[in-house]
Design a protein around this ligand. Structure first.
Ligand SMILES: Cc1cc2nc3c(=O)[nH]c(=O)nc-3n(C[C@H](O)[C@H](O)[C@H](O)COP(=O)(O)OP(=O)(O)OC[C@H]3O[C@@H](n4cnc5c(N)ncnc54)[C@H](O)[C@@H]3O)c2cc1C
Length: 322
């Protein structure tokens, strides 16, 4: 929220997404346990919220267009080479360019990382998989919700005036093929079988027209250095996390802003890149480590109180400015 505020996008996000100031914890059967404090970040800035990804992308794309930033789509990078104080880039459409700086923001399976950072490796599976369904907002839903104490915990997040999404975590079982839409629907409905409250309402209300997705989880905090000459990584390329703190996108946006600010403040690009890494490493490590710990606790069927403690203390640390 703070990062989007700095980018001047917070009003559009508030209007087109959903803001929540509380997280309610329930036993999986719908029995209320307690509510989590979500301290307001700054005057006028809500603690948490949700928005559907295509809507967020539209908001960010319009800003990119307003700023007249040149964008080329539908190509990738084939070769990267630091030459003096510049980078030679060969693109997949056969073109070549030379730049002062290359920022690899190409996500968890980053090609830029593969080409220029031999000391890094792929994200590691955590043993869990995440189900998600995007669906109409249940009546009387007014705060984020977590359903705990079940081998397959789940939660609900508001994503717009009339939309929520429900997530549910299971141990991940490797398989050869992808699930088709029918299998996604029937499996998720059956996984929700024991749940009460709004999770039960979603089980009873979901239809085959609702969007359902399943993804195995993987995470990696890549070892320093995060830059090589004039090539630097941000976002999932260098700090991919699991959804337990719902902070992957937040960390990516924060890292982008921190990189820009440090480059602006520093006397040389090299000093800016080092300052960026110093500023981001610990905060990203905290998010990745805590998220992976929360997932492990769930796989081990750990106590819901321990989960709530990890969640609440991490949110309090994240509340500090980046
Ligand atoms: C199903 C799902 C749900 C999630 N839910 C949440 C959530 O609720 N909250 C949250 O904070 N985070 C969530 N995340 C995580 C969040 O999406 C990521 O942390 C965030 O998008 C990372 O941003 P990024 O800019 O690093 O990468 P991305 O947003 O993945 O963007 C990378 C871009 O690079 C492009 N690209 C990739 N490879 C190449 C290549 N070789 N050449 C050219 N272009 C390339 C891609 O097309 C894409 O446009 C979720 C992730 C998934 C998969």
């Amino acid at each position: 929220m703070r990062a989007y505020h700095r980018l001047g996008l917070i009003d559009a996000i508030k209007q087109q997404g959903a803001i929540t100031n509380k997280t309610r914890l329930f036993r999986f059967d719908g029995t209320h346990l307690h509510d989590l404090e979500e301290p307001v970040i700054e005057e006028g800035l809500p603690a948490t919220g949700g928005i559907m990804r295509p809507i967020l992308h539209r908001i960010m794309q319009s800003r990119v267009h307003e700023l007249a930033i040149s964008v080329r789509l539908g190509l990738t990078v084939d070769l990267l080479q630091n030459v003096d104080a510049e980078v030679d880039v060969s693109f997949s459409d056969g073109t070549h360019e030379r730049y002062d700086l290359v920022v690899g923001a190409d996500s968890v399976a980053s090609r830029v990382r593969e080409l220029a950072f031999p000391h890094m490796g792929p994200a590691q599976p955590t043993g869990q998989g995440c189900w998600r369904i995007s669906i109409a907002r249940p009546p009387s839903f007014d705060a984020a919700e977590f359903f705990l104490g079940h081998a397959n915990p789940c939660g609900i997040t508001a994503c717009g005036p009339d939309k929520v999404y429900l997530w549910l975590l299971t141990p991940h079982v490797e398989r050869e093929n992808f699930m088709d839409e029918e299998e996604l629907f029937t499996t998720l409905r059956s996984l929700l079988g024991d749940f009460g409250g709004h999770a039960g309402w979603i089980r009873e209300t979901m239809t085959r027209a609702d969007w359902i997705n399943y993804r195995p989880l993987a995470a990696a905090l890549q070892p320093a250095p995060w830059s090589n000459g004039r090539i630097v990584l941000v976002g999932d390329a260098v700090h991919a996390t699991t959804p337990h703190l719902a902070s992957g996108a937040g960390m990516a946006v924060e890292s982008g802003i921190a990189l820009a600010e440090e480059l602006t403040a520093a006397e040389t690009i090299e000093a800016g890149l080092q300052a960026y890494e110093r500023r981001r490493f610990e905060r990203c490590r905290d998010v990745v480590d805590t998220s992976v710990r929360m997932g492990k606790l769930q796989l081990d069927n750990g106590p819901p109180e321990e989960f709530a403690r990890l969640l609440q203390s991490a949110l309090a640390r994240l509340n500090r400015s980046f």
